[in-house]
Design a protein around this ligand. Sequence first.
Ligand code: EPU
Length: 415
Amino acid sequence: MSGIIIKGQNKLNGEVNISGMKNSAVAIILSCIAIPGVFTIRNVPQIDDVKTAKEILLCFGATIYDMDEETIRIDSTNVKNATISKSLMQKMRASYYVAGASLTRFGEFSIHLPGGCNIGKRPIDQHLKAFKAMGAEVCDGNIISAKSNDLDECCFTFDFKTVGGTINAILASLRLKKTILKNVAQEPYIGDLIDFLNCCGANITGFGTDELVIKGIENINNCSYTIMPDYIEAGTYIAATAIAGGNVKINNVVPSHLEKIVESFSKIGIEVLKDSNSLRVISNGEYRGTNIETAPYPGFPTDMQPIMAALLSAADGESTIKEKVFENRFGFIGSLNKMGADITQDGDKLYITGVEKLSGASIEAVDLRAGAALIVAALGANGITTITNEGHIMRGYPLIVNKLKQIGANIDYIN
Ligand code: EPU
């Protein structure tokens, strides 16, 4: 049985380099379906979701050259429309970006529903509503298909903020002369995708506000682009250092993306010093409880919620966590309680009473961030923890075992 084994309570010291953002990498790679050209993409994280995105792109007939471990060159000049197999679509959530990208390139798409973490119902009604507003006729069933009637202009307002809906609508709108999207999500990695598309010749303005204006893409440039750093990966290493204790410099970050995260750590007494593109975390393993509520950016990110729950399980005092983005992102509670945590759930809220120390246990990762939360818990726990189903973690954390080892964690793979 494969897994990850961790002997807890080694202090973490040294430097860790943050990789490119998972959620922009997959969106940027799949956006190449929409636009014919040759694109060099740097700082691509070595994660399984990127492998899946590349596999999907190959099915469309793109050529991908691996220039080095973190640089790829995509030639999407000759891509042809394709329907991706259900099993490949269901390897991750972002696979549904082929829908918006195909609408732009081919005027149609046909997709199976995507997979991804099981953290709620995750419908795609807002994506389909946006496509319809752009003139597409949508057939919604087990296979969702759409054909575009060409519209020149479109204005669409999302009912609520959705990251995937915003990205899919941006990708689909590149075909139109002018699109206005209102009530859009503002996660920094959406800005990363927009910067990439603008670098390729698109004209998208308004990022950072509620409204985007997209004036399509006419002349495509073969561009070279560097993916922004992953602020959730950075937040995970802050939490790891906080619980284990130590002094770690976290390199290659954009501190402004981590404002809410750093604020939450300082509220519990963990010092995070900011530099222009790095952070330093200093912890003696002691910190207090707090109350956290997740929200779309610039609020506290739902992706950090399981990781904070693990950390707060060993805090001094009581904490609460309210999950307001997904209905069911608490799949880690059983495992943390098995490690001695005291967490109870009431609907969308967790009540956590901090314990002195967590204890090692044999536990299972149920999704990506729940898996990361278990690693964080294990780093601070007494004794040995084994985590199975580690494939979830490999979808989104580049070289996590090696990176943690480098800063002194006692962690390894088991086969
Ligand atoms: N929603 C709908 N209808 C829609 C779209 C969304 O009801 O048409 C709901 C969702 O069910 C959810 C909420 O709206 O309750 C927000 O969903 P959103 O669309 O913003 O999330 P997503 O696009 O499915 C992305 C990230 C997630 C991250 C969320 C929120 C990718 C590939 N995934 O998901 O990342 O948690 O935004 O920030 O970008 C992760 O990295 O572990 C992860 C799950």
